[in-house]
Design a protein around this ligand. Sequence first.
Ligand code: 8YV
Length: 312
Amino acid sequence: HILHVVPYPKEEETSLEARFTLHRLYEVDNKAAFYKEYGATIRGISTRASAGVTRETIESLPKLEIISVYGVGYDKVDLEAAKARNIIVTNTPDVLTGDVADLAVGMLLMLSRRMSQAEQWVHSGNWVNTVSFPLSRRVHGKRIGILGLGRIGDAIAERLSGFEMQIAYTSRQPKETAAPDWEFVSEVVALAEQSDVLIVALASTPETQHLVNAEVIEALGPNGLLVNISRSSNVDETALLNALESGALAGAALDVFEGEPNINPRFLALENVLVQPHIGSATTETRQAMMSLVLANLEQYFEQGEALTPVY
Ligand code: 8YV
C-alpha cells in the first residue's frame, strides 16, 4: 500500500498503479478517518518534488519505510522527520540532468537573443511595417558563472563550453572539471562580479536560501543576466524584481518562482524577463525515465530491502 500525495500525469501513474495499491491523499476529505483506516497498512509514499512530504503525513503512518520522490529535488520532504524513523528517501537524479541543462541553455539563448519578443514581432505584422527588429545580445564568448557545479551545473557548463564561454563556478570545494580551465571561485559575490551571466544550479538547502541576494545581483550589474533552473528559494525574489525594474540588472530567465504557479505579477510586466512554467525535466522521455525510477526504487526496496537512489 502506497500513499500517493499528489497526482502524476495519468500515463505516468499507470505503472505505479499496476504494482501497488495506491491511496490518493489528494482525494481524501477526512484525513483523520483515512489514517485511522489505512495508516497502519501504508508502507511507502510516492510524491513529487513540488509537493514533498510533511511531518504530519510521516507521523500519521507508523509503518512507513520509504518515500519515493518524482524529481531530483527533495527539499520539500521533511528529512528530519524521515531520518528520525530511519525512513528511506529516494529521488530521481541523473535521468533529468540533460533536460534541465538543455533548458538552461535554451533560456539563455532566448533571453539574450530576445527570440520570444522577435516572434511576437513577426506575428504582429511588425516585420513588414518596420525597418528591423531591435538588436539583441551576443551569447557566445560570454563569461559564465555557475552557482553549484553538481550534476546539472556540470552539464550546463559542458554545453556552454561549446559556445566558447569562459566558465567559472562556485561549489563547496574545487572540483575535477571536464575542462582544466573552468575556474573555481569560492565567493558568490566575486563570481557575480566577474560574470556576464550567472546560472543558478544549486540544490535548495537552508544554507542556500537567498544566496543570490541584493549584493550578488548588484555585483552582476546592469549588463548582467541571471538564469535560474533550480529553486526559487536560492534567489531573493524581491531584490531580483527591484533590480530588474530599475535596470540594475539587464535581465533574468526563470523556470522557478516563489509560490509557483501563482507567480509574482511584477515578473509579467517586465520585458527583460523570460518566464517558464517549471519545465526543466518536462520531456516525454525524461518523465518516463523519472517514473520508472520512482517505481524501481519502491520495487527494489520492497523486494530486496535496498533502494536504487537513496538521498542519504
Ligand atoms: C519536478 C523538479 O520534479 O526534479 C525536480 O526537482 O523540480 C522537477 O523535475 C517535476 O516538476 C515533477 O514534479
